[in-house]
Design a protein around this ligand. Structure first.
Ligand code: ATP
Length: 238
């Protein structure tokens, strides 16, 4: 038996006629951070979508927390604790911070913990607490990303999947958000991360997978992947 909490086996998927993933297998171990690396268009977002159910896996299996969830809807996967913070944030701009957070906790399991989760989230992001009545659409990019992560946490994730955490953010805000991820990780949250800033992502994560043209190119402990000359040249600009 694998000790992974999330496991993809030979997953193929894509959009209409376009096949993007060609038999990808990966494992996310509990209480750690896994990073998914790859060039633009390699299929990282597609992989996260196929795992969380916003698109379906054409072939292969997705197992989560001991269960085959391949055919479950995104909603059913989310209620079991498989939560995606999507690229582009997808907040409700006309709603306030707190309303967005309430929507994050829609599943039954999450609703029961609503008050504790809200307190916890405001503790991580005091800025959101200060602005709880402000409309999300009036937020800066950095604040919106905080809110997107916070909304993910409100769903009481067993695995939190984050697509492009630092996209469009200043280096300072990126550092701050990574600081929060470090805390979440030290509290035992399981995280799967797609991130452009590989220096930060690989420094914090435990294990990394490199995706190239819809196939797994390589994998290993993040420290080793960060030293791989090919990865450094292709994705880290060194
Ligand atoms: P990036 O770092 O640029 O976000 P990525 O590795 O996340 O890249 P994907 O977004 O998964 O890559 O895209 C993989 C391929 O799938 C690309 O060729 C892209 O054009 C295509 N694609 C992505 N989303 C859709 C969609 N909704 N409909 C059709 N094709 C799509």
């Amino acid at each position: 038996m694998s000790d992974a909490i999330l496991q993809l086996e030979d997953v193929e998927s894509g959009y209409g006629e376009l096949q993007v993933l060609w038999g990808v297998s990966l494992q996310v171990k509990p209480h750690g951070m896994t990073t998914l690396v790859g060039a633009n268009g390699a299929g990282k977002t597609t992989l996260l979508r196929a795992a969380t159910g916003s698109i379906s896996a054409w072939r292969g299996r997705v197992r989560f927390d001991g269960e085959d969830v391949t055919r479950l809807s995104a909603h059913d996967k989310a209620s079991r604790g498989l939560i995606l913070v999507p690229e582009g944030r997808q907040l409700f701009n006309d709603m306030t911070v707190e309303e967005n957070l309430e929507l994050g906790a829609y599943a039954k399991r999450a609703r029961q913990k609503f008050s504790t989760s809200l307190e916890r989230v405001y503790n991580y992001f005091p800025r959101l607490k200060e602005r709880r009545d402000q409309k999300a659409g009036t937020f800066s990019g950095g604040e919106q990303q905080m809110l997107a992560v916070a909304r993910g946490l409100m769903a009481d994730p067993k695995v939190l999947i984050i697509d492009e955490l630092s996209l469009g953010l200043s280096p300072l805000l990126t550092q701050q958000l990574f600081g929060t991820l470090r805390e979440l990780k030290s509290e035992g949250l399981t995280i799967l991360l797609v991130e452009q800033n590989l220096h930060l992502a690989l420094a914090l994560s435990d294990y990394a997978y490199v995706l190239a043209e819809g196939r797994l190119h390589s994998q290993g402990p993040s420290r080793e992947v960060a030293r791989d000359p090919e990865v450094r040249k292709a994705y880290m600009g060194v």
